[in-house]
Design a protein around this ligand. Sequence first.
Ligand SMILES: Cc1cc2nc3c(=O)[nH]c(=O)nc-3n(C[C@H](O)[C@H](O)[C@H](O)COP(=O)(O)OP(=O)(O)OC[C@H]3O[C@@H](n4cnc5c(N)ncnc54)[C@H](O)[C@@H]3O)c2cc1C
Length: 442
Amino acid sequence: MTHENAHSAQNKQSPLVSGIAVDVLVCGGGMAGTMAAVAAARGGASVLLVERWGFLGGSATAGAVGQFVGWETAAGRQVIQGLAEEVVQRLERQGGSGGHTHFTMSTGHRMDQVSFDPERLKLVLDQMATEAGVRLLFHATLLDVARQGDAVSAVTVLTKAGPLEVRPRIAIDASGDLDLLARAGAGFLPLEADEAPQPATMMFRFGPIDFSRFEALTSAELQALCRQGVDSGALARAALHQSRVPGTDDGWFNISRVSLDATDPFALSAGEVEGRRQAFAAAGFLAARVPGCEGGRLVALAAQLGIRESRRVRGDVVLTADDLRGERRFPDAIAVGAYPMDIHPARGTGLHFETLGGDRSYEIPFRCLLPAGLGNVLVAGRGISASHGAHASTRVMPTTMAIGQAAGTAAALACAGNGGPRELDAALLRDRLRQDAAFLPD
Ligand SMILES: Cc1cc2nc3c(=O)[nH]c(=O)nc-3n(C[C@H](O)[C@H](O)[C@H](O)COP(=O)(O)OP(=O)(O)OC[C@H]3O[C@@H](n4cnc5c(N)ncnc54)[C@H](O)[C@@H]3O)c2cc1C
């Protein structure tokens, strides 16, 4: 082949464009999507995971949210295990986390926490996905969805080589914003009159910090500093909350706040600009005013604004705040959560934080993962069918990982049984999850 012929061959449409068929397509490789893909592949399904970034983790890596919280009841009983716990153990073995710890919040709540290095997490998730046999397609964005009746028959993604049509038996929307479901025409839950989506945050890494002095600040001193920061316009949130990067003197700070509709592309773009502005303003305040931070500077920004809340699907069941408060049991429970309802208000600098208290926990039914009116689609992650209040608890990463494991396990079982997710025997799904070390009470 001459040089010119080779060149024109490269310009022809890639063979990718002819499309591929898979058992399970996972759209979005955040913590929920990655766990869903791993569970489905370990369950014997052929799995394609489509992710717009060049790495897995979503908010945990691209958003640089450097801590998993919400493993335990307030009394200290661990209710999230399974694949999520495997992630922690792998991180620990590779020096990417010190494992489970606790700290006391200004509200008095004893928070459980696993701090981790987002860069090491990328590697751990690569390893889990590739070892399980998940086929990864990075730098690929959802483009279109075709339906036949109540089934998603094809999903087109835009890749470096052009559009690729994927024909899945089951699709799992783990894109956080539920882009696949939006294009499939699914219904979403509205906000009540007194509700607004939780604001986004641009995480930033700051250091070095003299942690012996920073952590010695009393609650009163911290509150006075936060007040100064808010009054001077340097802080959008009355907090100096950070998670230390294991093995370093740096922390990832979670102290900016941008209210937006993350599904509006122009609002999202303006939000990235505003997030960076706020991050630099807050870093300047840290260096100028906060004991222990005098020698530090902003070392890195997250690759993207962290989105707390956008679309929530209308599923066969809607989990509510009262279900959490009342510890409601469900026969098709696939995960247990215990994290407080943690609402960052769209306006204002404070936090609404409602703990379940004591040894209380709640259950998440499988029906919250089933979009009403769609037969071969599951939701994993922060977009499950939950009210604004319930979502404020289910959105944390240990819970989204447990939901992801359940979605992937269900998809593999459905493929093996030739039925749809809605026809699955909940008892079979629960047994399989328990066999795979997920925590589910009898
Ligand atoms: C600032 C902030 C602080 C938080 N603090 C904590 C905390 O301390 N501890 C904790 O446990 N939780 C925390 N949370 C909550 C938690 O991080 C998220 O709710 C959780 O990570 C959501 O996981 P997910 O997998 O559902 O979605 P995401 O992490 O949003 O993942 C979605 C994935 O889909 C990809 N994607 C999206 N659209 C497309 C598309 N169209 N095509 C292809 N790919 C797509 C994205 O790139 C991403 O990888 C915080 C959240 C934020 C934003």
